[in-house]
Design a protein around this ligand. Structure first.
Ligand code: OXT
Ligand code: ADP
Ligand code: MG
Length: 581
């Protein structure tokens, strides 16, 4: 409808006494609520301040952050945890751009999320006449997300939000941008017309049943395997098909390797878990079934030395996205479907005689796993002061074992890689980390999103650099009094705190203020700050925080020399042959 027509229509509406009215503000709120979207993560400002107030007054939980990127990460992880799109709300141009990184991150990680941004006057933006926060946001967002929509008329709010929801959660989940120009919010129409325009999305993520022939092909391949392996990715965690996955794995006896955020679908301590024999199973397996995991950089693209080439292997891949098949190497048995339906179909096809993993292979994997675990065990009990990563993680590992329903958020380089290897997970969707992009900055946003969505206590293990990307949100954590305990592995810098600038003027590029006391920061907002210099102090402080549920920040003092460049992925750094020594 043209603007003039809308104006005419609103003028022709009978006086309020005679006719009930609604407007854009209210319709957006009602459309979200109708679809069960009851949390919004954002930062207020023109043109969405009043919308936030009204949404809050209507019973939607509106969480106000200090920076949109962190609100966006909260929304992204809400999507992963709930299978509903997480909602991030921002102002125009700069706020939108701040949220966009998180939207792109959600898209890359296949998390459903909707970034809703207010925007400026189309007529002025399109003529580039210099409006307040002028930007063609729709065009900017498009290449970075799964779908992008703009709603111009209040009558279209219902359908626009329905489209955004369906785009985010159906098929491969992802990020959606929804552009709401300032003018939309105030548009008035009759309440009756408004009500009729709302859309409840029926079956937003329909089951995708795999083709019977594809299922048969996969089972045949598994039957012939001598050294089968199942790799579980975060798509498997997202699918919430926990029982079916357990059944498949236990019935076949096949060793499974969880990717980072798939840890805990089955416990890391499960006898078939091959997490501690990673190199061995990648190299020696002959048939590999990928379930919700892509053959990207995190799996060395399915080829090369890590995969034992030149010896060849065959892949089965279960994924909802058909184009994922053959992305890096040939997939011998593609199974395109949602994981719940696909695993159920595999189990049915196997019937009473599932393919069994040969005993010699299972024994070889167990042996390697036990060797690696035994090698690591003494290091986890060290009492070194200053602490090293192993000593500190040894105590945190026990804390998660005793509190398996706590959520572990994790970022950094050494702080990430060593935590992933050392801390066993026992339940699905409890480990939340940097994901496909290895992005620093998810820490506080994820912690807030996870605490709000699950009501569970959160333990965030953060490198000191990683924490800096979202550190101001400790005020948000204190403001909402969330049960979040942040442990900062403070080694005075990025990877290590020992670099020296040979010129001696400025500090080296990777080091921070020596002996910084991050614990003091949270005290400014009424939270609990603790400086922990020994494993025992660390243990006591974390246990106290998890017991009390009080926002806590623990500065865990780590030996600045303990880490290695880029943690476990130092090989990705380009080297200069000409570098002066
Ligand atoms: O089988 P083998 O023998 O190989 O052994 C393996 C397992 O079998 C075994 N294992 C075990 N043994 C015993 N017991 C148990 N329970 C056990 N479990 C496993 O251990 C080994 C290793 O196992 P793993 O880890 O599974 O295997 P591997 O080979 O490492 O796996 C490969 C990968 C690729 C899958 C894995 O390494 C992985 O997932 N890596 C993810 C890495 C990642 O994403 N890193 C983050 C990015 S790094 C860098 O980019 C950083 N930046 C730049 C930057 C970024 N990222 N973002 C933005 C917005 N701006 C800038 C920055 C600034 S990191 C960073 C900050 C760093 O400083 P901090 O202060 O924050 O952190 P510190 O380093 O602590 O100082
Ligand atoms: P990881 O990093 O843990 O290996 P990835 O993010 O690479 O995991 O892969 C996740 C995969 O899971 C994506 O290819 C995505 O299409 C797929 N996926 C997500 N949800 C589902 C689902 N419900 N059913 C099937 N596949 C899914
Ligand atoms: Mg560090």
């Amino acid at each position: 409808m043209a603007d003039a027509a809308i104006k005419e229509k609103s003028q022709s509406i009978a006086p309020e006494a005679e006719q009930e009215l609604t407007d854009g503000f209210n319709l957006i709120i009602e459309a979200l609520k109708l679809n069960g979207l009851t949390e919004i993560y954002g930062v207020p400002g023109i043109p969405i301040t009043d919308f936030g107030r009204m949404a809050q007054a209507s019973g939607i939980r509106v969480l106000s952050f200090r920076h949109e990127q962190n609100a966006g990460y909260a929304a992204a992880i809400a999507g992963f945890l709930t299978k509903k799109p997480g909602i991030c709300l921002t102002v125009s141009a700069p706020g939108f751009l701040n949220g966009l990184t998180a939207l792109a991150h959600a898209n890359t990680n296949c998390f459903p999320m909707i970034l809703i941004s207010g925007s400026s006057e189309r007529e002025i933006v399109d003529l580039q006449q210099g409006d307040y926060e002028e930007m063609d946001q729709l065009a900017v967002a498009k290449p970075l997300c799964k779908a992008a929509f703009r709603i111009l008329h209040a009558q279209d709010i219902g359908i626009g939000i329905a489209r955004a929801i369906r785009a985010a959660v159906s098929g491969r989940p992802g990020g959606v941008y929804l552009d709401l120009p300032a003018k939309l919010f105030g548009q008035v129409l009759s309440a009756e017309e408004g009500r009729k325009s709302l859309v409840k999305v029926i079956d937003p993520a329909p089951a995708q049943i795999p083709a019977p022939a594809a299922v048969k092909r996969a089972v045949e391949l598994l039957k012939g395997a001598k050294r089968p392996l199942i790799i579980l990715g975060k798509g498997a965690a997202y699918s919430q098909a926990d029982d079916a996955l357990r059944s498949l794995i236990e019935k076949t006896g096949i060793p499974f390797l969880p990717m980072s955020m798939a840890k805990g679908i089955l416990p890391d301590t499960h006898p078939q878990c091959a997490g501690a024999a990673r190199s061995t199973v990648l190299k020696d397996s002959d048939v590999v079934m990928l379930i919700g995991a892509r053959l990207n950089w995190l799996l060395s693209h399915g080829k090369g030395k890590a995969w034992g080439e030149p010896h060849s292997k065959k892949f089965i891949q279960i994924d909802i996205e058909p184009r994922e098949m053959d992305s890096n190497v040939e997939i011998a048995a593609p199974v395109v479907g949602d994981i719940g339906s696909s695993v159920a179909a595999l189990l049915t096809e196997m019937g009473g005689s599932p393919p069994k993993a040969p005993a010699d292979w299972v024994a070889a994997v167990s042996k390697k796993r036990e060797e690696n675990i035994a090698k690591m065990a003494p290091r986890l009990m060290n009492n070194n002061v200053p602490m090293d990563y192993h000593g500190a993680l040894g105590v945190l590992r026990t804390i998660i074992k005793e509190r398996p329903d706590a959520i572990l958020v994790n970022e950094g380089a050494n702080a990430l890689d060593l935590t992933r290897g050392i801390i066993d997970m026992y339940q699905p969707r409890k480990r939340l980390d940097v994901g496909t992009w290895g992005v620093m900055g998810i820490g506080m946003g994820y912690s807030i999103g996870a605490a709000i969505e699950t009501g569970k206590p959160v333990l965030a293990i953060e490198g000191d650099s990683a924490f800096g990307f979202s550190g101001m949100e400790i005020e948000t954590i204190c403001r909402y009094n969330l049960p979040v305990c942040v442990v900062i592995f403070n080694n005075d810098g990025i990877y290590r705190g020992t670099d020296v600038n040979p010129l001696g003027n400025d500090p080296a590029t990777t080091v921070f203020v020596k002996g910084a006391r991050y614990d003091k920061m949270i005290e400014a907002f009424g939270g609990v700050g603790v400086n922990a210099t020994t494993p025992d102090e660390l243990k006591r402080a974390v246990n106290a925080a998890m017991d009390s549920g009080k926002p806590t920040l623990i500065n865990a003092v780590i030996d600045p020399a303990a880490g290695s460049e880029s943690g476990r992925i130092g090989n990705l750094n380009p080297q200069s042959k000409l570098k002066k020594k």
